[in-house]
Design a protein around this ligand. Structure first.
Ligand SMILES: *Cc1c(COP(=O)(O)O)cnc(C)c1O
Length: 412
């Protein structure tokens, strides 16, 4: 590595010509997710130094995830999105190894449709289709006539169930409708599994158990967001038979069937016609050190640590609010989480006219300095920027206030 003039050793990213940023935008994948705790980094470094059978490590992960989520079993893949694809594949083919080999073609499969309520559709629903499933939309997203008062109703979901239905997809949020419990109660009666996308529904840690407790068959969480595990990981928790199908469609399957001895709690070899080839999920692997890192991060993601984090975040955001006291072109508002111990956000509402800048301009100018400072952009259309505390500390919060005061022309 080269040394800069002042003799300081270049950081690993700087040596690649990439500059670290201050991220006040949240646990966003495009900005690196979150920073892993030192214990997680140490565990990964140790794990990277030896070799283990991955199916045994996944069986251990399954047990740890089951305990954390209150599920039968679990699996670690390369993200929450990967978990949704793997879970969909499992719901479509179960333990039918011939059908596994045909995916993503579902021409000869009985079940290849995933029902989703229209308002639950989002940019991540590619994940369901990536396994070969077709989305079947139900409900009405009436937002503009002013007369639509009803969200999707249970009978509409039930009416869409046919012999081709593989699963019902559910996008979790504090306000998702219909209630998950109502969907799972109906689905259970009809024998259809429910897959929940809860990728971003942490914290609080208690939500690890919420969706399984509410009847979900599979639930997918990001490992690289609030849990602060490796960015390229996700947790899929759920039914043991579905997780077995997930494992078979994800693991390296260049095995000799007679000599292959997978952990029985992960893969019931006696129920298989033979070993499938590499599955549709082969591209979603998590490395051994990533699996270990995620499990350590999961162990450290507790109600107690969440409470400490929440208090720290509130302190940081209050400090930022105080720092903007005399900024005449901006006022602040709080977006407090709907789940207790969720992420609080500070909204900075700009008087774009008097300031002579739009929220787009302000967000752009924050990125132009060094280091670049990224703020939440979700409300720029409404003239606001958002401050998300997950990746801030005292020093970066100070830098943020300094830059913002200068961009907003606040009096000293
Ligand atoms: C982040 C996110 C995902 C994808 O999670 P990854 O772990 O990055 O794969 C899927 N769905 C929702 C709602 C998310 O917020």
């Amino acid at each position: 590595m080269t040394l800069p003039k002042e003799g300081r050793k270049l950081g690993i990213y700087e040596s690649l010509g990439v500059s670290p940023v201050i991220n006040a935008a949240g646990t966003l994948t495009r900005l690196g997710g979150t920073v892993m705790r030192p214990e997680v980094r140490d565990a990964m470094s140790e794990a990277a130094g030896s070799l283990v059978p991955i199916d045994e490590l996944q069986a251990a992960a399954s047990k740890a995830i089951a305990e954390a989520c209150g599920s039968d079993a679990g699996y670690v893949a390369s993200g929450a999105s990967a978990g949704l694809t793997l879970g969909t594949a499992a719901c479509m083919v179960g333990l039918d190894v011939a059908a596994m080999d045909r995916l993503p073609s579902t021409a000869n499969n009985g079940r290849n449709e995933v029902i989703i309520c229209r308002p639950h559709r989002n940019s991540y629903d590619h994940a369901y289709r990536a396994a070969g499933a077709t989305l079947v939309e139900v409900g009405m997203s009436d937002r503009y006539t002013g007369v639509g008062v009803r969200e999707t109703e249970i009978w509409e979901i039930e009416a869409a169930i046919t012999e081709r239905t593989a699963a019902i997809a559910y996008t979790a949020s504090p306000t998702s409708f219909p209630a998950l419990t109502a969907v799972t109660a109906m689905a259970r009666k009809r024998g259809i599994p429910v897959i929940v996308d809860a990728a971003g529904q942490l914290p609080p840690p208690s939500n690890l158990r919420r969706f399984i407790a509410e009847g979900a068959d599979l639930v997918s969480f990001s490992g690289g967001k609030a849990i602060r595990g490796p960015q390229g990981t996700g947790i899929l928790a759920g039914r043991r038979d579905l997780i077995a199908s997930v494992a078979l469609q994800q693991l390296d399957m260049d095995v000799t069937f007679e000599l292959w001895n997978p952990p029985a709690e992960l893969v019931p070899k006696d129920k298989l016609a033979g070993a499938p080839r590499h599955g549709v999920g082969r591209g979603y692997k998590a490395a051994k050190e990533q699996i270990v890192g995620l499990l350590v991060a999961l162990r450290l993601f507790t109600e107690e640590s969440a409470r400490k984090d929440y208090d720290r975040w509130m302190g940081l955001l209050k400090g930022i609010e105080d720092g903007l006291q005399r900024c005449t072109h901006a006022k602040t508002a709080w977006l407090l989480p709907k789940y207790a111990l969720g992420f609080p956000l500070l909204e900075i509402q700009l008087d774009e006219k008097s300031l002579g800048l739009t929220a787009y301009d302000v967000a752009r100018k924050m990125k132009e300095g060094k280091p670049a400072i990224h703020v939440g952009e979700r409300k720029v259309m409404e003239g606001s920027i958002l401050i998300h505390p997950a990746n801030l500390d005292d020093a970066s919060a100070d830098s943020l206030v300094g830059r913002l005061r200068s961009v907003l022309g606040c009096p000293a």
